[in-house]
Design a binder for this molecule. Structure first.
Ligand SMILES: Nc1nc2c(ncn2[C@@H]2O[C@H](COP(=O)(O)OP(=O)(O)O)[C@@H](O)[C@H]2O)c(=O)[nH]1
Ligand SMILES: [Mg+2]
Length: 195
């Protein structure tokens, strides 16, 4: 399914501001600068939808978008570089973990990682935590256009091993050339059960 019709709903900065659970939700997570906004923009075929509405900055909220009138995309604040090794509650914003733990309509967390880099402690920590909490997730290795074909497969295998995931589970993606876009559309529709 295509995710073209998108409108910004609101930015949430506390649990009390969360909209009533309604449509199925897909949340997008990743380290700052990993390419999260670019991935969402590629998905919806816009140049800067998410950046424009999301107002990236220091005090970031959870940005809700309504897509195709049938699913909410939730752009989570990127996690930083400094707090590796801390528990999820301290290491990332409490608001986000509370949201992920309690949101009844959450169908999937897309965990976006850079295909060029090795496994990162914070990504592994998030993935382990999602598994423990039985929250479905979809790993995506992005910026694939920055590597050659051979290096792509090799790095993807290294990341799979580092994050304890299988090649079948994850998607190799590029916001630049659209690699993996159809696969992503298919998987998200399936998680949200809207295909
Ligand atoms: N070559 C390439 N660059 C990318 C890709 N995705 C993101 N970028 C670049 O990476 C930088 C950070 O991207 P952005 O989407 O703002 O990251 P965010 O902080 O995770 O939302 C920007 O300069 C993007 O142009 C990709 O798939 N390929
Ligand atoms: Mg962003």
């Amino acid at each position: 399914m295509k995710f073209v019709d998108i409108k910004f709903l609101l930015s949430v900065h506390s649990l009390s501001q969360l909209p009533e659970p309604g449509l199925p939700e897909i949340a997008f997570a990743g380290r700052s600068n990993v390419g999260k906004s670019s991935l969402i923009n590629t998905l919806v075929g816009r140049k800067a939808m998410v950046k424009v509405s999301g107002k990236p900055g220091k005090t970031q909220g959870l940005n809700f978008f309504e897509v195709e009138g049938s699913v909410f995309f939730v752009d989570l604040p990127g996690y930083g570089y400094a707090k590796v090794g801390k528990g999820m509650k301290e290491g990332w914003q409490k608001l986000i973990t509370s949201y992920l733990e309690t949101r009844t309509t959450l169908r999937c967390v897309v965990v976006i990682m850079d295909l060029r880099h090795g496994a990162k402690a914070q990504d592994l920590q998030l993935i382990d935590w999602l598994k423990q909490n039985n929250i479905p997730f979809l790993p995506v290795y992005t910026k694939s256009d920055k590597l050659s074909g051979n290096a792509r497969q090799k790095n993807a295998a290294i990341l799979d091993a580092g994050h304890n995931i299988t090649a079948k589970q994850r998607i190799i993606f590029s916001a630049k050339n659209g690699q993996g876009k159809q696969e992503l559309e298919r998987d998200l529709a399936s998680f949200a059960q809207i295909d």
